[in-house]
Design a protein around this ligand. Structure first.
Ligand code: SF4
Length: 118
């Protein structure tokens, strides 16, 4: 009888230890990944605050499929005719656009992209 209890206890403890080890490993991995993400977020330029815009202006951004980071090779806001860069820092600050209301990322893109000619 005590032999059965010992075996049962051993298996239960093995399961608990295994769960703890797997859980600790998962937490460690999350901690490392989270630290990298925080660093990336701190250095990334985000021009996504639409809190000061009207509903119509927000709709324009959405309708034209504005994105903060272009996925269309060779096309982004910096080489678009409509982009109005920030005077103080053209590439590292949010700018404006003649078509899309609100803050515009130099690396952004939308359906109204037009090649800059001058
Ligand atoms: S029209 Fe579109 S691609 Fe051109 S600057 Fe404005 S948001 Fe960027």
């Amino acid at each position: 009888m005590s032999d059965t209890l010992t075996r049962r206890n051993f298996i239960q403890r093995l399961a608990v230890v295994g769960t703890v080890v797997v859980g600790a490993g998962a937490l460690a991995a999350c901690g490392t990944e989270g630290a990298g993400t925080d660093t990336d977020d701190a250095t990334a330029l985000a021009c996504t605050d639409v809190s000061a815009l009207t509903e119509d202006e927000k709709t324009t951004r959405t309708t034209l499929n504005y994105v903060d980071a272009s996925v269309t090779e060779g096309k982004n806001c910096t080489n678009c005719q409509q982009f109005q860069p920030d005077a103080a820092n053209a590439t590292a600050s949010c700018g404006k656009c003649l078509v899309v209301p609100g803050s515009i990322n130099p690396g952004g893109y939308c359906d109204s992209w037009a090649e800059k000619t001058a």
